[in-house]
Unconditional design. Structure first.
Length: 136
Protein backbone atom coordinates (compact mmCIF):
# COMPACT_ATOMS: atom_id res chain seq x y z
CA UNK A 1 0.00 0.00 0.00
CA UNK A 2 2.83 2.34 0.87
CA UNK A 3 4.39 1.69 -2.55
CA UNK A 4 1.15 2.68 -4.33
CA UNK A 5 0.93 5.85 -2.29
CA UNK A 6 4.51 6.78 -3.27
CA UNK A 7 3.71 6.20 -6.96
CA UNK A 8 0.57 8.33 -6.78
CA UNK A 9 2.44 11.15 -5.04
CA UNK A 10 5.19 11.01 -7.72
CA UNK A 11 2.64 11.11 -10.55
CA UNK A 12 0.84 14.07 -8.99
CA UNK A 13 4.14 15.87 -8.48
CA UNK A 14 5.24 15.31 -12.09
CA UNK A 15 1.87 16.48 -13.45
CA UNK A 16 1.92 19.59 -11.27
CA UNK A 17 5.44 20.50 -12.35
CA UNK A 18 4.50 20.01 -16.01
CA UNK A 19 1.45 22.25 -15.69
CA UNK A 20 3.43 24.99 -13.95
CA UNK A 21 6.19 25.03 -16.52
CA UNK A 22 3.80 25.81 -19.42
CA UNK A 23 4.75 29.29 -20.60
CA UNK A 24 1.93 31.47 -21.85
CA UNK A 25 2.69 33.35 -25.07
CA UNK A 26 1.83 37.04 -24.76
CA UNK A 27 4.01 38.50 -27.53
CA UNK A 28 5.62 37.30 -30.76
CA UNK A 29 8.34 39.38 -32.40
CA UNK A 30 9.87 38.89 -35.84
CA UNK A 31 12.71 40.80 -37.48
CA UNK A 32 14.78 40.64 -40.63
CA UNK A 33 17.05 42.53 -42.95
CA UNK A 34 17.70 42.46 -46.69
CA UNK A 35 20.19 44.50 -48.71
CA UNK A 36 18.27 47.80 -48.75
CA UNK A 37 15.47 47.27 -46.19
CA UNK A 38 14.86 45.97 -42.69
CA UNK A 39 11.59 45.22 -40.94
CA UNK A 40 10.13 44.16 -37.63
CA UNK A 41 6.73 42.72 -36.71
CA UNK A 42 5.28 42.61 -33.20
CA UNK A 43 2.12 40.72 -32.25
CA UNK A 44 0.52 41.08 -28.81
CA UNK A 45 -1.98 38.80 -27.12
CA UNK A 46 -4.54 41.65 -27.03
CA UNK A 47 -4.84 41.46 -30.83
CA UNK A 48 -2.81 44.60 -31.56
CA UNK A 49 0.17 44.29 -33.85
CA UNK A 50 2.53 46.51 -35.80
CA UNK A 51 5.04 46.35 -38.61
CA UNK A 52 8.00 48.70 -38.95
CA UNK A 53 9.74 49.03 -42.32
CA UNK A 54 12.99 50.96 -42.66
CA UNK A 55 15.04 51.83 -45.75
CA UNK A 56 18.77 51.18 -45.29
CA UNK A 57 19.97 52.72 -48.54
CA UNK A 58 21.80 56.02 -48.94
CA UNK A 59 19.26 57.65 -51.26
CA UNK A 60 17.93 60.71 -49.41
CA UNK A 61 15.26 61.65 -51.95
CA UNK A 62 11.58 61.08 -51.26
CA UNK A 63 10.20 58.05 -53.12
CA UNK A 64 7.13 55.85 -53.21
CA UNK A 65 7.21 52.13 -52.66
CA UNK A 66 4.76 49.24 -52.77
CA UNK A 67 4.75 46.56 -50.11
CA UNK A 68 3.14 43.19 -49.56
CA UNK A 69 3.03 41.87 -46.00
CA UNK A 70 2.47 38.30 -44.87
CA UNK A 71 0.63 38.30 -41.55
CA UNK A 72 1.03 35.72 -38.83
CA UNK A 73 -2.28 34.15 -39.90
CA UNK A 74 -0.84 33.47 -43.39
CA UNK A 75 -2.99 36.14 -45.08
CA UNK A 76 -1.30 38.85 -47.11
CA UNK A 77 -2.15 42.42 -48.01
CA UNK A 78 -0.36 45.24 -49.71
CA UNK A 79 -0.15 48.96 -49.77
CA UNK A 80 1.75 52.00 -50.96
CA UNK A 81 4.05 54.10 -48.84
CA UNK A 82 6.11 57.22 -49.27
CA UNK A 83 9.59 57.21 -47.83
CA UNK A 84 11.50 60.35 -46.98
CA UNK A 85 14.40 61.50 -44.82
CA UNK A 86 11.89 62.49 -42.11
CA UNK A 87 10.40 58.97 -42.06
CA UNK A 88 13.89 57.51 -41.84
CA UNK A 89 14.85 59.78 -38.92
CA UNK A 90 11.72 58.68 -37.03
CA UNK A 91 12.82 55.04 -37.23
CA UNK A 92 11.01 54.02 -40.40
CA UNK A 93 7.44 53.58 -41.51
CA UNK A 94 5.28 52.00 -38.78
CA UNK A 95 1.96 50.36 -39.56
CA UNK A 96 -0.20 49.78 -36.47
CA UNK A 97 -3.23 47.54 -36.47
CA UNK A 98 -5.76 47.53 -33.68
CA UNK A 99 -8.25 45.15 -35.21
CA UNK A 100 -8.20 41.61 -34.00
CA UNK A 101 -7.43 39.49 -37.08
CA UNK A 102 -5.94 36.78 -34.89
CA UNK A 103 -8.79 36.83 -32.37
CA UNK A 104 -6.36 37.71 -29.59
CA UNK A 105 -5.03 34.15 -29.66
CA UNK A 106 -1.38 34.25 -30.64
CA UNK A 107 -0.71 30.92 -28.89
CA UNK A 108 -1.84 29.02 -31.96
CA UNK A 109 0.81 30.85 -34.02
CA UNK A 110 3.67 30.20 -31.58
CA UNK A 111 5.25 27.67 -33.92
CA UNK A 112 5.27 30.15 -36.84
CA UNK A 113 8.97 30.93 -37.33
CA UNK A 114 9.01 33.06 -40.52
CA UNK A 115 7.05 35.85 -42.20
CA UNK A 116 7.94 37.93 -45.22
CA UNK A 117 7.57 41.43 -46.62
CA UNK A 118 8.10 42.19 -50.30
CA UNK A 119 9.01 45.75 -51.24
CA UNK A 120 9.01 47.23 -54.76
CA UNK A 121 10.58 50.64 -55.38
CA UNK A 122 12.42 52.43 -58.17
CA UNK A 123 12.16 49.36 -60.48
CA UNK A 124 13.71 47.17 -57.76
CA UNK A 125 12.25 44.36 -55.65
CA UNK A 126 13.46 43.01 -52.36
CA UNK A 127 11.97 40.39 -50.05
CA UNK A 128 12.69 40.55 -46.34
CA UNK A 129 12.55 37.25 -44.48
CA UNK A 130 11.37 37.99 -40.95
CA UNK A 131 12.50 35.37 -38.45
CA UNK A 132 10.92 34.91 -35.06
CA UNK A 133 13.22 36.40 -32.45
CA UNK A 134 14.99 33.73 -30.43
CA UNK A 135 14.85 31.14 -33.25
CA UNK A 136 18.14 30.45 -35.09
Amino acid sequence: MKKYLEIIVCVILVLTMGACSHKEITKLTYSGEATQWEAKAEYNADGNYKYTIKYLGNDNKTFKFNFKIEYISGNTSGGVGEYSDLVNKSGGLTLKFENDLINGDIKKYGSRNNLYIQIDWDNKTETINLKKDGVP
